[in-house]
Design a protein. Structure first.
Length: 166
């Protein structure tokens, strides 16, 4: 069943230097609702964006098309490659790194990641990382934070991928 995605276009994107996408970067918005983050991404002053924003109730907003480069990672490095925006999909979770993420939001994240892994086979669960894992210098970012259930999310994505290929 296709995911229900609300279009909320941000003007803050540009062409990718290479169309290959091989990772997902998970962030938190540090705002109470997805609508606040989407409004900021739509604002001409912000100069930032992400491909998707997931609200705490599981609602998914698409702000930048997958084939375009969103401006979410800033100065970044993953597996020796700089400029992670060039080859990633950015997903923002509404909320705060200091608080747990609701089940419905995690469910939506897993569903979206499974769909993205199917469309972009180079994305494996190990290539789904947090902003905290790629920020340069190390320690500059802490999201999605200590309450993010990495092991659970990756295990559920593996299970979803396995079901799709069975």
């Amino acid at each position: 069943m296709p995911l229900e995605i609300i279009e909320a276009t941000s003007p803050h994107h540009n062409a990718r230097p290479d169309p290959r996408i091989d990772c997902i970067v998970v962030h938190d918005t540090e705002s109470a609702t997805a609508r606040e983050a989407v409004s900021w991404f739509e604002s001409p002053e912000s100069k930032v964006s992400a491909h998707y924003v997931l609200d705490r109730d599981g609602t998914i907003y698409r702000c930048v098309a997958d084939g375009r480069r969103a401006w979410h990672a800033g100065e970044s490095l993953l597996a020796g490659r700089r400029n992670v925006n060039d080859f990633s999909i950015g997903i923002e979770l509404a909320g705060f790194a200091s608080q747990p993420y609701p089940d419905r939001q995690i469910d939506a994240l897993v569903d979206l990641c499974v769909e993205l892994c199917a469309r972009f086979p180079a994305i494996t669960p190990e290539r789904i990382v947090g902003h905290e894992h790629i920020a340069v210098p190390a320690g500059r970012k802490t999201d999605p934070g200590p309450h993010f259930p990495w092991d659970l999310v990756r295990a559920r994505i593996r299970l979803g991928r396995d079901r799709q290929t069975a």
